[in-house]
Design a protein around this ligand. Structure first.
Ligand SMILES: *Cc1c(COP(=O)(O)O)cnc(C)c1O
Length: 441
């Protein structure tokens, strides 16, 4: 792969540097204080796995803009597709004057999602919008109201998806009242609940049966690998048991693959790891190389439940974003990126897993493919250690490595590298992390 920017970290000023400091002042005057930022510097350009700030400092990007630039930032194939599409039309509107790229992308997505049955798709702009529409579609199809979501879930920041999201601070605090008929069920979190998949599923199904009633449930919505909530992989058997329960009770099973989908875990969709077949899949983040695009994909008879005009949006399926998505999918297919995700997992595990026995602050290393995390605790009682996470992430930033955090208790460091990150860069960034954890343990 060829890159514009040297794929190396480089610190040439204090962090933040003088130009970033100046931008911070202007930001404080003009940008709403409601917007937060992880890095204290301002990025001028990004390429592959590198972010370069306005002072010339370079950071290794272990976040990919929250799992978005999975094909690498400014991937040349995606850039070319965007340039060509924009030269042909910057905006087309499916509800007024339809166009081919909308069909191309929907067809491609129906081919990539699990399940051998007729499928259809519909396009939107953001992950939350896809979730909102998956719920609309499931309700229209079933004629039922109740939506089941889970502990540690994150589904977005709009009103309905706030109700579906678990964590109050920062996502919900003071922003209510929230949408009704959303019920929270227990998740499988093997590191903390010690239950097998079937045991955890039995607990969840009992809750649904007793507190909601299966016949009232329109949809079960779950992240097959829980993202913001802590990169939690449910115990084996949990997801298949829920799918079976949904199928038996006429409930639409929605896999929220906004973060875990589109090659991130080494397969097109994370659902494939346990061989589950969702009725509907929501996709966004890694779908279009950075362009705002999302989709709901699923069984044709469910996707067709709504009257024409019931689902849509002004910008939904923008032709430039569609072209970016088709090029992104081509890059996943042609450039060995799913294999790269598996190689990244091997490297990360080989570096981090030895720490579990070495240091009692390292609780667990988990995830799939290039969606991995380390959970930090205070010791054998597994008390969350968000303070250590903060220290380690800040020390890494000062040395030119950007790590994102997650977890209901803020004690998880997550790794979402672009799949084009080289092994050297991966090892270099993780070396900084390991040194800092050891020093502060
Ligand atoms: C990020 C995310 C969303 C929300 O996506 P937005 O584009 O921020 O609206 C929904 N579900 C999951 C699993 C996510 O990770």
């Amino acid at each position: 792969m060829e890159f514009r920017l040297e794929q190396q970290r480089k610190i040439v000023t204090e962090i933040p540097g003088p130009k970033s400091e100046a931008l911070k002042e202007r930001r404080q005057q003009y940008v709403s204080a409601s917007v937060g930022s992880a890095l204290p510097v301002y990025v001028e350009q990004a390429d592959g796995a590198i972010l370069r700030d306005v002072d010339g400092n370079q950071f290794i990007d272990f976040g990919s803009g929250i799992g978005v630039t999975t094909v690498g930032n400014s991937n040349p194939k995606v850039v070319k597709a965007i340039q060509d599409a924009a030269a042909a039309s910057t905006h087309l509107q499916i509800n007024t004057a339809p166009y081919e790229s909308y069909i191309d992308l929907c067809q491609k997505l129906t081919e990539l999602t699990p399940g051998e049955f007729p499928k259809k798709a519909v396009l939107f702009n953001s992950g939350a919008e896809a979730l909102e529409n998956a719920v609309k579609i499931a309700r229209k199809h079933t004629g039922r109201d109740a939506i089941i979501v889970f502990d540690h879930a994150f589904h977005g920041r709009t009103n309905l998806t706030m109700a579906m999201t678990s964590k109050s601070m920062p996502y919900k605090d003071g922003f209510g009242p929230f949408a009704p008929e959303v019920y929270r069920a227990p998740l499988s979190y093997p590191y903390r609940d010690g239950l097998t998949g079937p045991e955890a599923a039995a607990r969840t199904i009992d809750m649904i049966d007793k507190q909601v009633g299966a016949k009232n449930v329109a949809a079960i919505v779950i992240e097959p690998l829980v993202g913001e909530g802590g990169f939690i992989v449910p115990a084996e058997g949990f997801l298949p048991a829920l799918v079976e329960f949904a199928n038996e009770n006429g409930i639409v099973f929605v896999a929220d693959e906004v973060q875990a989908g589109m090659s991130r875990t080494g397969k097109w969709f994370c659902s494939e790891w346990e061989g589950i077949v969702p009725d509907l899949v929501t996709s966004a983040k890694g779908i279009a190389g950075g362009m705002p695009l999302s989709a709901v994909i699923g069984r044709a008879e469910i996707m067709d439940a709504s009257h024409a005009g019931g689902i849509g949006g002004t910008y939904s399926g923008n032709p430039v974003a569609n072209a970016a998505a088709l090029a992104t999918i081509a890059a996943y297919e042609e450039d060995g990126l799913q294999e790269a995700a598996l190689r990244i997992e091997k490297t990360v595990r080989s570096i981090l897993e030895p720490l579990i026995t070495e240091l009692d602050v390292v609780g667990e290393v988990r995830g799939r493919g290039a969606m991995l995390a380390i959970e930090l605790v205070k010791g054998a009682d597994k008390t969350p250690n968000p303070e250590l996470v903060k220290t380690v992430v800040a020390e890494a930033q000062a040395q030119g490595v950007l790590f994102l955090t997650c977890g209901t208790y803020g004690n998880v460091i997550r790794f979402l590298p672009p799949l084009v990150m080289s092994d050297e860069l991966l090892a270099d960034g993780l070396g900084v992390l390991v040194e800092s954890i050891r020093k502060n343990a």
